[in-house]
Design a protein around this ligand. Structure first.
Ligand SMILES: [Mn+2]
Length: 332
C-alpha cells in the first residue's frame, strides 16, 4: 500500500484503541462516523469546524488510531501538525478541497490520506474499511452519496448500484432533513450515529422521522421569509438568516429570480464572527470554494468548500466589505 495508490484498504486490528472525529453537520459526516464505529466499535466525536482544535486537544490518550472524516483541513495547518502526536496511526478521509501542499504536509506527518473530490467521505470510508464491515453497511455509505454531491466517482457508482436508489434517497434525505433542524442536538446526533452503526434505517428511528417532518414544514415557511427579506445586489441574493441551518438557507435563497449565487450569514455562537454560507448555479461561473478560501483569508477569517457550495467564518466588522467584494467577484 502506498500513498499514491488510487484505491486501498485499511485493516484496523480488533482490540485497537480507536477514536473517530467526524463532521457534525450533515448525513455524510454522521454516516462516516457510523461506518468507522461499526467497523471498530470505537469512541467517536462529532464536531463543527469551530470545534476541531478543542476536540483534538481533548481526545483520549494512548490511541492506536485516530480517524478524521469529512472535515476539510486545508485551512487548518496547525491541526495537521498536531495529528501525529494524538495516535500511533492517523487516517484522514475527506472529499473537500485539499491543496497539493496540504496533502504533502499530511503525508510527511505520517498521516494516511484517503482523499477524493469525486466520492463523498462516507463512500470513501466504506471502501477503506469494507473488509471489516457487514454487507448491509453499504446502505449507510449511500446516505452520504445521495446528499453530498458531486457523485461522479467510480466508488459512488458502485455504492449506488449495489443498493436501491429509491431507498437510498428516501433514507438519506430523511436523515439530511432531520440534521438540518436546530432541534437536532448533539445528543440526538450521537444517538443517530449509534443507530446507523447498528444498521438501523433512518426511518426506523422515530426521532429522525419526527425532526425531518417538522423541518419539511418549517422550510416552506422559511423560504417565504427568505424571499421577502432577500436583498439582491448584482446577480447575488443576500440575507441575514435565523436558526435554519446556514447551508439550507443558502440553497433556498438561490430560488430568488435572476440571481446566480446566494449568500447567507448569521452571528450565532459569537457576535464578533460572522458565519457565511454561499451557493451558486452553474451560470455563476466561479469555483465558490476557491473564492471563499481567498476572500475569507484576506479578511482575517477562514473559508472553503466545493465548486457550487461553500462557506466561511470572518470577523463581523468586515462583513460589509465581504459582501461588496463577493458581489463584485460574481460580476454582471
Ligand atoms: Mn461531506
Amino acid at each position: 500500500m502506498t500513498a499514491t495508490t488510487r484505491r486501498f484498504h485499511v485493516k484496523i486490528p480488533s482490540g485497537s484503541k480507536v477514536f473517530c472525529v467526524s463532521h457534525n453537520d450533515d448525513a455524510d459526516g454522521l454516516a462516516s462516523a457510523a461506518l468507522v464505529h461499526c467497523a471498530t466499535q470505537c469512541r467517536f466525536a462529532l464536531v463543527g469546524y469551530e470545534g476541531i482544535e478543542k476536540m483534538l486537544s481533548d481526545a483520549p490518550r494512548g490511541l492506536d488510531w485516530l480517524i478524521v472524516t469529512d472535515l476539510g483541513l486545508d485551512e487548518k495547518r496547525a491541526v495537521i501538525n498536531t495529528l501525529p502526536s494524538i495516535a500511533k496511526s492517523v487516517l484522514y478521509v475527506d472529499h473537500h478541497m485539499l491543496s497539493a501542499e496540504s496533502k504533502r504536509t499530511l503525508r510527511k506527518a505520517g498521516v494516511i490520506v484517503r482523499h477524493s473530490l469525486k466520492d463523498c467521505a462516507s463512500v470513501l470510508v466504506w471502501d477503506l474499511l469494507r473488509r471489516q464491515l457487514p454487507d448491509e453497511a453499504v446502505n449507510v455509505a449511500a446516505y452520504g452519496a445521495v446528499t453530498d454531491p458531486p457523485t461522479s466517482g467510480a466508488l459512488t457508482r458502485e455504492v449506488l448500484l449495489k443498493t436501491s436508489l429509491n431507498l437510498d434517497e428516501y433514507e438519506g434525505h430523511l436523515l439530511a432533513l432531520a440534521l438540518s433542524s436546530h432541534r437536532c442536538t448533539d445528543v440526538v446526533r450521537t444517538e443517530i450515529v449509534r443507530g446507523l452503526a447498528a444498521l438501523r434505517l433512518p426511518h426506523q428511528m422515530s426521532m429522525v422521522r419526527r425532526l425531518a417532518d417538522q423541518q419539511a414544514g418549517r422550510m416552506v415557511k422559511v423560504q417565504k421569509q427568505l424571499y421577502d427579506r432577500a436583498q439582491v445586489k448584482g446577480r447575488v441574493a443576500i440575507a441575514l438568516v435565523g436558526r435554519l441551518a446556514l447551508g439550507t438557507s443558502a440553497e433556498l435563497l438561490l430560488g430568488v429570480p435572476n440571481v446566480v449565487a446566494s449568500v447567507v450569514y448569521n452571528k450565532f455562537g459569537s457576535p464578533s464572527r460572522a458565519r457565511i454560507s454561499v451557493r451558486g448555479i452553474d451560470e455563476c461561473d466561479r469555483h465558490l470554494g476557491k473564492l471563499m478560501l481567498r476572500l475569507a483569508r484576506k479578511l482575517g477569517g477562514a473559508g472553503g468548500g466545493h465548486a457550487l457550495a461553500a462557506g466561511g467564518i470572518i470577523p463581523s466588522r468586515r462583513l460589509a466589505e465581504f459582501l461588496r467584494v463577493f458581489v463584485r467577484e460574481i460580476g454582471r
